[in-house]
Design a protein around this ligand. Sequence first.
Ligand code: ATP
Length: 254
Amino acid sequence: STGAPVLRASGITKKFAGITALHDVSMQINEGERVGLIGPNGAGKTTFFNCLLGVIPTNGGTVEIAGTDATRLPLHKRAKLGLGRTFQRIELFPDCTVRDHLFIAERVRRGSGRLWKDVIGRGGPSKEELARCDEVLELLGLGGLAEEPIERLSLGQGRLVEVGRALMTEPKLLLLDEPSSGLDRPEVAALAKTLEDVQAEQGFSILLVEHDVELVSNFTTRSYVLDFGRLIAEGPTREILASDVVRAAYLGDF
Ligand code: ATP
């Protein structure tokens, strides 16, 4: 954790109608780090994730990505600065191939934010785009599945394709949204192993938003804990998970 900061969020505050969903939340992630974001249901994790990405506006605070102030930038410009994200589910076209999902993702994320102009208006994939897709699929151990329709994949394989889509634009920081959801223990372990290997080779940083405390404990070195929209703890993951304040917030949930 000695690298330069890839993310600096300071004093993020977010209000919905009468609710303060986030109150003065700050976070720093450095090059190559794997960091966790945990907290009970409704704590504000998804809201924080959306504020970092620029999916929703904040009521205060700043976001810096790889040294550039991104506070006023829209989603696609934050992506270009190096912010990648996964979704819990692949929600594109079930009969479209694995490779096509990757090339569409790259066009969307490298583009101007206009679907027609960036994806459809430019026709089929170029040789370079296909080569990049296959490179990412190899990296994830999915080389043999490039031509498969996405609906034929297991949930675990689909989750990896989702990671692949995010990796197409070479993110500096990858935000993972509940990657374990719906997977069994062996599938979670396999996903974590692949992510660790790919990360070690590519050197990006990871922010993991997770309910699965075991995964957070095994996978991250540092964590932040949200409760009722406030940071109640941050530090080395194992120390934090053992702390009384965090155990109290979870009411002995784990
Ligand atoms: P979970 O683990 O259940 O996904 P979370 O930690 O991600 O929870 P958020 O979904 O960020 O928590 O919700 C934080 C608070 O903000 C909750 O009180 C929630 O009801 C509220 N909230 C979130 N989105 C909205 C919205 N669009 N409009 C109004 N209130 C919202």
